[in-house]
Each structure stands twice: as C-alpha cells, then as structure tokens.
Design a protein around this ligand. Sequence first.
Ligand SMILES: *Cc1c(COP(=O)(O)O)cnc(C)c1O
Length: 365
Amino acid sequence: MKRVINYSAGPAGIPLEVLEQARDEMLDWNNTGCSVMEVSHRGKEYDALHMETMDLFRELAGMGKDWNVLFCTGGASTQFMMLPWNFLGNGKDKQADYVATGNWSKAAIKEAKRYGKITLPANMELEGERFVAIPKQSDLNLNPAAEYVHYTSNNTVEGTQWHYIPDSKGKPLVCDMSSDIFSRPVDFSKFSMIYAGAQKNLGPSGVTVVAIKDEFLAKANEDLPTMMSYKVFKDKFSMHNTPPCFSIYILNLTMKWLKKNGGLAAMGKINEAKQQALYAAVDGSAGYYTGLANKDSRSWMNIDFKLPSAELDDKFIKDAKAAGIVQVKGYRSMGGIRLSAYNAVSLKDVETTIQFMNDFRSKNA
Ligand SMILES: *Cc1c(COP(=O)(O)O)cnc(C)c1O
C-alpha cells in the first residue's frame, strides 16, 4: 500500500488514523456484529453515536446549548436554497445581504434570489469572472432591511479567505464555512448560523453540518416541505428520515481525531505554519511561481498559483503525480495549480511538497 500526499479540493483527504479505525470496525462495529452501515438509525447504538457527534461539534466549536447542530443532506449547495426558503420565503418581499467573494458565494446568491430580494454589500467580481480579494469592513454597504447577512469564509476556488469576521451591524450573520471549518479557532458567538459540507475539513461527503442558534431558528418559516424545514431537523434531532449514518460516523471519528490532537487551537497553529511555508515557496521563487490571490486575502486552505506557462503547469501536475503528490490541478476557471491543504494534510506533507517545488523549478526554469 502506498498513500499519496493528497491536495484534493473536495472530497478531500481524511486522516489516516480515522480510515484505519473505520477499517478495523467495518465488520463489527461497537460489538453489534454489523457494520455501522447495517444497523437501524432508531437503535440505541446508532442513537448514541449520533447525539455524541452533535455534542462533539458543539464542544470543538465552543458552542453552548443554545446552538442546534443539524445533519442535513444534499451538500452545502442545498443550504443555498434551504437558508433563504426558511428565512425569506416564497413571497420575494423579504431581503437579505450576500457578500460576493467567489464562485460559491455566487452560487448561493443565484439560489437565494428565488426567495427574496438579494442585496450585495460588496461584489468583488472582476472582469472574466475572477475574484482575487476579500472586502474590508469599510467596503461593506449593508442593507438595513436585510433579514440576515451571508458570506463565504473561504473561497475554495479562488484561494481567498476572510481573516476577520465582518460586523453585520446587529443583523444575524450566516456563513458558508465549507472549506475552512475547524481549521483554526473562530469566535462562533458572532454568528447566528454556519454550515459546511463535511467533505473538505470534517470527513466524507454525504452530510452537511448546520449549526443554528435558537434565537435565529425561532424566526424560520413553518410552512415548508418537511425536509426543507430547519425546525423539523431540530425537533427530530436530524432523524425525521434516515440520516447519512456512515458519513456521520466518519465525521465523529474525524472530530475525535481533531480533539485528541489539541482541537482548533492546535490545528490553527499547524495550518498557519503550512500556509506560511507554501506561500514563502511561491514568493521566494523569483517569479517562477505566481500567487493568484491578493496577498492580504490569501487563503490558508487553498493555495493557488501558476507557473510561467500553461505547458509548465501541466508538466508540474504530471511530475508531482509521479512524485506521489496528487490532485494539484487548479479549478477549471482558474487554471494553474491549487494545493488544498486542509486539516488532513500534515506539515511534513507540505515540506515534501516544497522540496518538490524547488526541485521542479531548478530543473525546469
Ligand atoms: C465545496 C463547497 C460548496 C459546495 O459543496 P457541496 O457539498 O458540493 O454542495 C459550497 N461552498 C463552499 C465554500 C465549498 O467549498
């Protein structure tokens, strides 16, 4: 067996220890004589796992009991519809603020427009559908009539990230944290709701974690299809229907791994060191590697850069693969290279990668 250094943007790498535990428990989970995929979601074994997973999430995030952790399906993309459907409704008379900082915020805006009037406190889009920067607080033109303010903390495609929590001037703050959740400490008390598809930093695809404060949830519409209602998810502990049990199980193991390794504070230190080293390799390459995002907006999670030509980008991708460093190709609209260095990528992996980058440059300059 040979494990590679995996920079997949999502579904992303999962810590080896988590995979090993899942392997060891595959045939007989928790002395049930079954895998976790083969037991009733109404049974006591699964129920304990399910509830423990919610508690683990709150514990790692430092969230109190006024936060509800929901396990939804349909990916973060389904939240693009569920959020406005719950808080704006069908009438299109309600308003919400959405900050446009990248491809995923645009996708959220497109869906939200079906449910209300959407205003943009800032639109960072440049010619050619490019985004390279995060707005400053002073650039945000907030709508006083907005029901909530939505933003995307990390722009997975463009390699930009908010390094502060915007002040929403008393409006409920909602954040798509799909690609940087639990990568460093965050003051979650500033938010009313956050959500994240698990497949970047939390585990496998199939489950989307939504955390929502009681106070905000109380304002949600009641007249919704059952599976679209946050209130139903809360009241039924995300078990109105069959939850994605296996994904929740891996989420549980991944959060235990995170906790064992020092939680968000320790992870933040490692991720800070990883991105510093990677950007130093880009910036120290005498112009051979060029970062794609503005320096003050650079993401710790998705490190985007390009080589002097598209041919060299392709050669880099090919040679990296031969060296056991995979899934480094940039998003199709961006070109170049994207290294998605989520939690499961270690500092040692990053050091090996930098060695490869330096060698590649001296051979191909
Ligand atoms: C990946 C991603 C999404 C889409 O997630 P799905 O689970 O595939 O729907 C949304 N937002 C951000 C920031 C992402 O990185």
